[in-house]
Design a protein around this ligand. Structure first.
Ligand SMILES: *Cc1c(COP(=O)(O)O)cnc(C)c1O
Ligand code: SF4
Length: 391
């Protein structure tokens, strides 16, 4: 989109570009009602019913930046689908769970999820600039769960300080970049002061949903606390606008390695060509595709979920067919709290000690002879790998 294309939308036609490009203006003018939505798109009956009904369900909030990217005439537009609720949100599938990853029961202190021995997930805020309809944490995001309360964050930081095995802290929410630079600086300083914390990661969607959040001032905070890694949530090639590329460029120039996280979404990015285009756009923007997530069984999101096989087929069409850097790991975050489990096509046709038969991306079969002596033969696992083979 041309930077000033928002001017085609009458309600914003007089907004000066300097104002449009600020985080504050965008947050103050977020779309939260059906009347505001009508000024930007042709609202369908399903959208209208869903937005009007809300009744305590997951909040809607769309920054004008994101809204201007929505196709006003196409209800299937991937940008629109991620932000505007449909009536289907009120349907609860028998597979739906309120807290699909059992995060609440893995919190030793409020807002801190300790699932793996050496790293933790620290939820620092419940606010986001845009509320994704399929949010894994919709049970707490957009509510007043209180993660951002100073006392809660301090208790979480005390926990990290007293658990010396924790070497990696992933800050998430909500979106941590909705906090002020000063508050982020404070939290990062406290974490970096803990000797066993080797580095911090920030999980965010702001560089995509509201890229004007990335400013020189934010970048200097991040630089100050290096090493900081960032995982940015991207779902569709249309999200990679000139403003987003600029934001990613500023972060990369500040020495922040960027990875992406993508949720596999039915009707949005569930085709190999779309994912490939997205990952190519990301590599051009200096973002390394990190994870594709199978959509978690969050309440009211069954219309977004496709099969695990769809994800495997997407990987099959990527590996070998494009740059290895453009191939993320596809994971199912285990319902109940087992963590991320990778799922991929199998390239092992058969295996016995001394001989591995493999197929390549084009389906051709090759044999690798292992150098095994009697000792290794005795130790080697027999014949079949322990996982199912793809056909
Ligand atoms: C995703 C996640 C992590 C980080 O996992 P990585 O595979 O290291 O990126 C850590 N803790 C929790 C609870 C998570 O959900
Ligand atoms: S940005 Fe992340 S935390 Fe916020 S609504 Fe979207 S998925 Fe949920």
């Amino acid at each position: 989109m041309n930077v000033e294309a928002y001017r085609r939308i009458p309600v914003w036609k007089d907004v000066p570009l300097e104002e449009w490009e600020t985080y504050g203006w965008q947050m103050r003018h977020r779309i939260t009602t059906v009347e505001q939505l009508r000024q930007v798109i042709h609202v369908t009956p399903s959208e209208e019913a869903a937005v009007t009904k809300r009744d305590g369900r997951f909040i809607m909030g769309i920054p004008p930046y994101w809204a201007a990217l929505m196709d006003p005439d196409d209800p299937t537009c991937p940008i629109r689908r991620q932000a505007v609720p449909l009536e289907e949100e009120y349907y609860t599938s028998p597979n739906d769970l309120v807290d699909p990853l059992a995060e609440d029961s893995h919190m030793p202190v409020p807002g801190l999820v300790h699932r793996y021995p050496d790293r933790v997930l620290l939820l620092v805020v419940e606010v986001c600039s845009m509320y994704c309809r399929f949010c894994t944490r919709s049970r707490v995001v957009g509510t007043s769960a209180g993660f951002s309360r100073g006392a809660n964050i301090d208790a979480a930081i005390d926990y990290i300080r007293s658990h010396r095995k924790i070497r990696d802290v992933l800050i998430s929410g909500g979106d941590p970049l909705t906090l002020s630079d000063e508050r982020l600086d404070e939290i990062l300083a406290k974490l970096k002061a803990i000797p066993h914390v080797e580095f911090v990661r920030i999980g965010t969607r702001n560089p995509v949903t509201l890229p004007y959040r990335v400013t020189e001032s934010l970048c200097s905070v991040l630089k100050k606390h290096k090493p900081i890694w960032m995982s940015v949530h991207f779902n569709h090639p249309k999200e990679v606008t000139p403003a987003v590329k600029r934001a990613c460029g500023m972060l990369a120039d500040s020495g922040v390695p960027l990875g992406s996280q993508t949720v596999l979404l039915k009707g949005i990015n569930d085709r190999p060509a779309i994912m490939k285009k997205l990952f190519h756009e990301l590599l051009k923007s200096r973002v390394r595709p990190y994870y594709i997530y199978q959509c978690d069984p969050v309440r009211g999101t069954s219309h977004f979920r496709t099969t695990v096989a769809t994800g495997v087929q997407i990987l099959e069409k990527l590996r070998g067919h494009t740059t290895g850097y453009a191939v993320p790991t596809f994971v199912v975050d285990a319902p109940g709290g087992g963590g991320k489990i990778p799922v991929m096509p199998s390239y092992v046709v058969s295996y016995k000690p001394g001989e591995v038969v493999l197929r390549n991306y084009a389906g051709k079969v090759y044999t690798y002879k292992e150098e095994v002596g009697t000792d290794e033969r005795a130790k080697a696992p027999l014949a079949e790998p322990s996982y199912a083979l793809a056909d």
